[in-house]
Ligand binder design. Sequence first.
Ligand code: COA
Length: 177
Amino acid sequence: MNAIPHDFEIATARCVLRALGVIDAPFIAAALRDDAFAGDMRWDLPRDETALIAAVAASRDKWSAGSAYRFTVLLQATREPLGCIALRHEPRAHDWSIGFWIARPQWGHGFAVEAAAAASEFAFSQLNATTVRAAHAGRNRQSRRVIEKLGMRFKRQLAEGCAASGMPSEFEYTLER
Ligand SMILES: CC(C)(COP(=O)(O)OP(=O)(O)OC[C@H]1O[C@@H](n2cnc3c(N)ncnc32)[C@H](O)[C@@H]1OP(=O)(O)O)[C@@H](O)C(=O)NCCC(=O)NCCS
């Protein structure tokens, strides 16, 4: 696998995915302050802007190391940020997890599915993934719908639950190459 440069971009019908950068910190901090996000995400970025900037730097180091790829999803027409998509390498070879969020004003337009489908395709074609997995908290119907629309298959209920929210139920799905 070749190293993926930080200026790498993925274009979809309406969006562009590019590496998360410090420039995104104000957008992310504002989006994540929304109560709608409370506890439903496993790989939360910090909401505080100073901590967020450090997390962005760490995320770019992981990108360089090839262990995780965190993308900002932009509207192609205006380059306005819409949300984030992350791919993380799991301990097992060729096994990646995906996580996603979209800022609340942009919900309901199918952006999460469009961006997550493109990121999954990137994992299969460029990261040599054979499995891409996702999980949602039991109460998170919106996330479940995205996962279903990606064509993922239900795999198992995770015993550990959703750490962020303390929710006892978390459900894992996979997409195979
Ligand atoms: C889950 C999330 C990424 C979906 O993004 P999206 O771009 O709106 O996805 P879609 O447009 O495909 O909509 C997904 C479902 O949410 C529903 N939805 C959209 N806006 C909604 C709203 N304001 N309230 C309730 N449901 C809504 C849609 O109707 C759709 O269901 P359907 O396909 O049965 O009609 C987004 O809601 C989000 O960021 N949530 C908070 C973070 C989160 O939970 N991330 C996932 C962690 S596993």
